[in-house]
Design a protein around this ligand. Structure first.
Ligand code: HQG
Length: 188
């Protein structure tokens, strides 16, 4: 009987490992990302296939993973793959700034509020601050840090017109270098 690897594969776990490789530690996989975060999918597969866990992963699996992921974290174009957002590696991804929606949201922990009110939103370990274009997504992001997260409302329109740069992530995620506190309203 032919084994259907795809039905056995844990795509969520694969997505996490690929996020780790492409956002945080490409050197562990002997990958060198270009300035926009792209790397050859073949090189990534070669690295993954070296481990017992991912020895059967194919290009079609990467396509399937991206296509079926509930969150669009990666993109695969003409044989190259990249993480769209979330990077922490020292070499900052070059992004083209774009006018954001009028209001963006950020879900965070109660314990961070005082510091955010003082210093604004900072990328901390990552290259960019991550914002959401809807409250629901911000809530989910915030719940990773606190079971009763706080939603911040960002006056992105005003910030943009006053020179703060924003960058498109996926259909729900927006990025910014930092958000000064004068554009932030604590809503809950
Ligand atoms: C907080 C996931 C104190 C900030 C998510 C956040 C997202 C401050 C934490 C993506 C601060 C950093 C990123 C300040 C910011 N003082 N705390 N001045 N400024 N913070 O995990 O935005 O599922 O690095 O509020 O869905 O939570 O992996 O960032 O709580 O899109 O694809 O510092 O990661 O995507 O936490 O999440 P994180 P994030 P994936």
């Amino acid at each position: 009987m032919k084994v259907n690897w795809r039905s056995l594969m844990n795509f969520e776990e694969l997505s996490k490992e690929i996020s780790y490789a492409l956002r945080h530690a490409p050197w562990e996989y002997e990958l060198e990302l270009d300035e926009n975060g792209w790397v050859s999918a073949e090189q990534l597969l070669t690295a993954l296939n070296e481990s017992d866990k991912w020895e059967n992963v194919t290009l079609e699996d990467l396509e399937y993973m991206i296509e079926n992921s509930e969150k669009k974290r990666h993109e695969l174009v003409e044989g190259r793959i990249r993480a769209i957002y979330g990077h922490s590696i020292p070499k900052k991804m070059v992004k083209e700034s774009t006018e954001p929606p009028a209001i963006l949201y950020h879900g965070t922990a109660r314990r961070f509020i005082k510091s955010i009110e003082d210093k604004g939103l900072l990328p901390n370990g990552r290259q960019y601050v991550h914002l959401s274009n809807d409250i629901e997504t911000a809530l989910q992001v915030g719940k990773r840090h606190d079971n009763k997260p706080i939603i911040l409302e960002i006056d992105a329109n005003k910030a943009w017109y006053e020179g703060i740069k924003f960058y498109l992530g996926n259909d729900k995620v927006w990025l910014a270098d930092n958000i000064p506190s004068k554009y932030i309203k604590v809503t809950s």
